[in-house]
Ligand binder design. Structure first.
Ligand code: NAP
Ligand code: ZN
Ligand code: ZN
Length: 352
C-alpha cells in the first residue's frame, strides 16, 4: 500500500478538497499509472452530491473521476500489454468477474460483479474504490486501454466516458450514412455524440436549450440545430428520425422527442437524472417506436472507439483546469456552462 494525493468530498454538501488516499501495491496483473489528465463528468457531480442515493448511494470520502489518461509507472510481473513509460487510459470500470456471459460477450458494463472506478466496494483494500481526481491509480491490465499516439492527452481523457457512452449506442443502433440522427443536450456527452454521428456519415441534428451553442453545434459537425423550446421548429421534424441520443442531465419532456421518431425509430437515453420520466403510451405504440437506455460500453468497444478517434482525429473540446478550480467547474457544469468538457491537469495536484 502506498499514499497518493487526491481530491475528495467528505459529504454530499462539502466541496472537493485535498486529501491523501491509499493505493494498493501491485499484484501480478496490475498496472500503476501516474495520472496526467482526468475529465470532469456530470456523473462525478451526481455522485459527489449523492443525487443517485436511490440506486448508488455515495460512500464518503468520495474521490470521483473516470476519464483518466496517464503514464505507466510500474507493471506487475504478468502484465504483457503495457510497460513503464507507455501512455494508458482508464474509464468507468476497473474490474469484473471475467467469466459471466456478459463479460464473455465483451459487455463488462452489464456484469453483475463489475467494479466501477469510484464509489464501488474495493476488494483489495476494503472500503470503496477511489477515482481519477488523484495523482496515481492501480488497475488490473484487462481494464487499461491504449491511447492512439496522435491524440492530445488532455482532450483524449473525456473519451473514456463521454466518448464511449455515445459511441456504443450509436454502433448498437446502426448509425451510418443515410440515417437521420438527433442529439439532445450539447454538453460533454452530447458534443461527442455530434462528432461521432458526423464521422459515421449520418445527417445530424442537435437539440439544445441554449441558443448560444448554435454556432458551436454546426462547427462540431451538426447539419442542423433546433432550439428545443421552439415548438414550431420541433414540429417540422415530426416522424423523421431513425435514432435520437438523449444526453440531458435533468428532467425534461421525453415525449416531445419520441414524437420525432419515424417508424421503428429508437431513442436511447444516456442522461441519468435521478427523477423518473412520464412516457405517453401512444407515442411508442404508433410507428412501433422504442425507448431504451445504454450504459458506457465494454472494454473491447472502448478500445475500438479510441482507435476510431485516432483514425478520424476526434477528441473532446476541453477547457483544461487546475484541480484547485474543480469545485467551480462542477458549479458551471450544473449551469450548462461548459464548452464542452473540463479536463483537470493533474500537474496542479502534484504541485500542491
Ligand atoms: N449512461 C451512461 O453510461 C452515462 C455516462 C456518463 C454520463 N451519464 C449521464 O449523462 C448526463 C450528461 O452528462 P454530461 O457529462 O454530458 O453533462 P453536461 O456536460 O452537463 O451536459 C448535459 C447537457 O444537458 C443539457 N441540459 C442540462 N440541464 C438541462 C435542463 N434542465 N433542461 C434541458 N437540458 C438541460 C445541456 O445542454 P443544452 O445546453 O444543449 O441544452 C447540458 O449541456 C448526466 O446525467 C450523466 O450522469 C450517463
Ligand atoms: Zn462519466
Ligand atoms: Zn462478468
Amino acid at each position: 500500500m502506498y499514499k497518493a494525493k487526491a481530491y475528495s468530498a467528505a459529504s454530499a454538501t462539502s466541496a472537493l478538497a485535498g486529501d491523501t488516499i491509499a493505493r494498493r501495491d501491485l499484484t501480478e496483473h496490475d498496472v500503476q499509472i501516474e495520472i496526467l489528465f482526468c475529465g470532469v463528468c456530470r456523473s462525478d457531480v451526481h455522485q459527489v452530491r449523492n443525487e443517485w442515493s436511490g440506486t448508488m448511494p455515495t460512500v464518503y470520502p468520495c474521490v470521483p473521476g473516470h476519464e483518466i489518461v496517464g503514464r505507466v509507472t510500474k507493471v506487475g510481473p504478468a502484465v504483457t500489454k503495457f510497460k513503464p513509460g507507455d501512455i494508458a487510459a482508464v474509464g468507468c470500470m476497473v474490474d469484473s468477474d471475467g467469466t459471466c456471459p456478459e463479460c464473455k460477450a465483451g459487455l463488462e458494463q452489464f456484469c453483475d460483479n463489475f467494479v466501477l472506478t469510484y464509489n464501488f466496494p474495493d476488494k483489495h483494500l476494503g472500503g470503496v474504490t477511489f477515482g481519477g481526481y488523484s495523482e496515481s491509480i492501480v488497475v488490473t491490465e484487462r481494464f487499461v486501454l491504449h491511447v492512439p499516439a496522435n491524440l492530445d492527452l488532455a482532450a483524449a481523457a473525456p473519451l473514456l466516458c463521454a466518448g464511449i457512452t455515445t459511441y456504443s449506442p450509436m454502433r448498437h443502433w446502426g448509425v451510418t450514412r443515410g440515417k437521420k440522427v438527433g442529439v439532445v443536450g450539447l454538453g460533454g456527452l452530447g458534443h461527442m455524440a455530434v462528432k461521432f454521428s458526423h464521422a459515421l456519415g449520418a445527417h445530424t441534428v442537435v437539440f439544445s436549450t441554449s441558443p448560444s451553442k448554435k454556432d458551436d453545434a454546426l462547427r462540431l459537425g451538426a447539419d442542423e440545430v433546433v432550439i428545443s423550446k421552439d415548438a414550431d421548429a420541433m414540429g417540422k421534424h415530426a416522424g423523421s428520425f431513425d435514432f435520437i441520443l438523449d444526453a440531458v442531465a435533468a428532467p425534461h419532456d421525453m415525449n416531445a422527442y419520441i414524437n420525432l421518431l419515424r417508424r421503428d425509430g429508437n431513442i436511447t437515453l444516456v442522461g441519468a437524472p435521478p427523477e423518473p420520466f412520464p412516457i405517453a403510451a401512444f407515442g411508442l405504440i404508433f410507428r412501433r417506436r422504442s425507448f431504451s437506455g445504454s450504459l458506457i460500453g465494454g472494454i473491447a468497444e472502448t478500445q475500438e472507439m479510441l482507435d476510431f478517434c485516432g483514425q478520424h482525429n476526434i477528441t473532446s473540446d476541453v477547457e483544461v483546469i487546475p484541480i484547485q478550480k474543480v469545485n467551480e467547474a462542477c458549479e458551471r457544469l450544473v449551469r450548462s456552462d461548459v464548452k464542452y468538457r473540463f479536463s483537470i491537469d493533474m500537474a496542479s495536484l502534484k504541485a500542491e
